[in-house]
Write a protein that binds this ligand. Sequence first.
Ligand SMILES: C[S@@+](CC[C@H](N)C(=O)[O-])C[C@H]1O[C@@H](n2cnc3c(N)ncnc32)[C@H](O)[C@@H]1O
Length: 224
Amino acid sequence: MDIVNENIVSYIHSLEKDDIFLGKLEKYAKEENVPIIRKETASFLKTFLKVLKPKNILELGSAIGYSAILMGFNTDEDTKIYTIENYEKRIPVAKENIKKAGFENKIFLLEGDAMEKMQGLESTFNNPADIDKKFDFVFIDAAKGSYKEYFLEAEKMLGKNGVIICDNVLQNGDVAVSRFAVERRDRTIHSRMREFLYEIKNNESYETSIVPIGDGLSISVRLA
Ligand SMILES: C[S@@+](CC[C@H](N)C(=O)[O-])C[C@H]1O[C@@H](n2cnc3c(N)ncnc32)[C@H](O)[C@@H]1O
């Protein structure tokens, strides 16, 4: 289910310019059932990156590299993007796409579990000897039931005024309805996502907005 009226989404899509490289990845993702950010989310991300101008980006959930490559095309040459993926079948595809895009020195794919790999990054991005080296943007798009844990770990490596965006927070609209109205198998994720959204909205160290675009984004800016 689209969380925004289908006609409006189609209209917004019709205004988007096609990108040949990313278009091929979108086609592959569709054919192979690989979940990637939606077109309107991609468009939002592009504009947002032009405003934020991040130098160090962390992404959780690379899939085939689509959003990482989109970020590669829309950031400065010296921006570094670390992206984590644990699904063996997708890793070689993502690597090949990153290579084809010419981003081998800009996008670094870390193979393995998001939490474990994040902990490994702490020696570089939460290092008392280099307190200025932090992530200025974190894009969370991996296991939907682990957003709270991801956020807390990412926070350790997030710089002042850094931004954390999480995708799929509205879960096709399910998050907005009672847990009894969602399929039994989706209830755990429903509760976990609600709890996560409540906590980030009430965390005074961040200004957070929940934006009904694509499958829902939470955008949290660190205030100090
Ligand atoms: C929605 S897809 C990411 C899409 C990608 N960001 C894009 O838009 O192109 C989520 C990805 O997270 C990966 N993932 C799920 N749990 C993970 C974990 N614990 N550690 C690393 N990756 C994980 C999945 O294998 C999947 O490829």
